[in-house]
Design a protein around this ligand. Structure first.
Ligand SMILES: N=CN[C@@H](CCC(=O)O)C(=O)O
Ligand SMILES: [Zn+2]
Length: 412
């Protein structure tokens, strides 16, 4: 199957050289070709350029993109999209004055979602999750990292990871799986935290590795959840099984989680709503990318990750949704890009770089995803007719997407 897209008003995020991430001032650059064409063969981008140099290619399908912008699909490097039920009651409780932390300390929060998931069959969990997967694909997401972490028992963590594996094999989007058994301490272990960490290391990890269910290992390193010492123990154990760390740090408190992530060569450190100068300094000269989750800040009314401080310090930044039932019941990367511009003062160029090539880097797939580059996967968004790419973040809450192509397939 070949698809030829012609008369593209502006083809953006064009990288002739296969750049793996962009940082600092370079995040301002969004290379583009006006009045362009793009040719896809099977699952790959095979050619692109100006319409002035257009050779009359034959193709199975021709799409006229007059007045439309074409860009790579979003790479959402941080989600918990495989979950059961919802937490709409906690949403109302927060409106009525309870904080996220108060709700969690009453047995709500992650433990509430874990209880629901433990009582949901694998088949039902799959059915609930794929509705969200189809939805985010229509919203332009072509690569997705998915975490476990709402199981909190051997059986239920494996249940989530098996659902992720099934999604990987049945959908055209790129999926990476993360084992997050260390998302919260189950009630039964609140007075014996070491026993739960032992369960993760001695029971869960060997089974996860044996069935080849995860690419990454994550820990919620936060006061009231997993300490620096706990996090270090779990990351070290995960690395023994070949799992690369990607960790939740600095959501509510900054106490050294970023430095720990860098020490363990984490691919990414995510959240960072609370960030101090030491955190920024330790990220310089590291391969670890900071990831901001602005929809989480929006939904919980907590501070936004200080994007300007991060980028102005010469660092890269990725944007992701954090799609989950408690802190971010939304997987809309278009909203994330808008919110990053509106609330974090990122320019449209920075936000689009952060949500495409840097998002791909944060999930270890930027060799194949995140830019318009010959040989990369044919993961493409074609917008409706819009004035410019600035209009994408500007018109927040609007759906500006006309067509999504993932792995060379047009998504219906
Ligand atoms: N902070 C930790 N985990 C999720 C939310 C967990 C929940 O409330 O269910 C997050 O990334 O925001
Ligand atoms: Zn998260």
């Amino acid at each position: 199957m070949s698809i030829l897209i012609t008369n593209i008003k502006n083809l953006i995020q064009v990288r002739d050289q296969n750049v793996l991430k962009v940082f600092g001032k370079d995040m301002q650059q969004l290379p583009s070709i006006k009045n362009a064409f793009l040719l896809i063969k099977n699952d790959k981008i095979v050619d692109y350029g100006s319409m002035d140099n257009f050779k009359d290619y034959a193709a199975d399908k021709i799409i006229d993109a007059t007045g439309k912008i074409v860009l790579p699909t979003w790479c959402d490097s941080h989600t918990h999209i495989v979950y059961a039920g919802n937490r709409e009651q906690e949403f109302v409780d927060r409106i009525n004055g309870l904080s996220y932390t108060e709700i969690a300390s009453r047995g709500g929060g992650i433990l509430n979602s874990a209880k629901t998931l433990q009582n949901t069959t694998e088949e039902d969990l799959y059915k609930q999750s794929i509705e969200r997967i189809k939805n985010v694909m229509r919203l332009g997401t072509g690569a997705l990292e998915i975490k476990s972490g709402y199981g909190l028992s051997v059986e239920s963590e494996l249940k989530i990871l098996r659902v992720i594996k099934r999604i990987k094999s049945e959908f055209p989007l790129e999926v990476k799986a993360t084992f997050l058994g260390a998302h919260a301490f189950p009630e039964a272990y609140l007075n014996n935290k070491k026993a739960y960490i032992d369960l993760i290391i001695n029971e869960m990890l060997p089974k996860v590795a044996n069935e080849n269910l995860a690419d990454f290992i994550d820990v919620f390193c936060e006061e009231g959840y997993f300490s620096i010492e706990n996090t270090e123990t779990i990351l070290s154990a995960g690395k023994e099984y070949g799992l690369t760390p990607k960790i939740h740090v600095n959501q509510f408190n900054a106490f050294g989680g970023v430095a720990l992530g860098v020490k363990h060569n984490a691919l990414s450190v995510d959240h960072l709503e609370e960030l101090n100068q030491e955190d920024i300094d330790v990220l310089k000269d590291s391969k670890t990318i900071p990831v901001a989750l602005p929809s989480c800040s929006f939904f919980l009314s907590i501070p936004y990750t200080p994007a300007r401080k991060i980028i102005d310090a010469g660092l890269p930044l990725a944007l992701a949704t954090d799609y989950n039932p408690g802190s971010t019941p939304s997987g809309n990367m278009n909203f994330v890009v808008s919110t990053a511009c509106i609330k974090m003062k990122m320019t449209p160029e920075e936000a689009i770089n952060a949500a495409t090539i840097n998002g791909a880097y944060a999930m270890g797939v930027s060799e194949e995803y995140g830019s318009i580059t010959k040989g990369k996967k044919a993961n493409i968004i074609i917008t409706k007719q819009i004035p410019s790419y600035n209009y994408l973040p500007y018109s927040f809450g609007e759906n500006n997407i006309d067509t999504v192509i993932i792995n060379g397939e047009i998504i219906e």
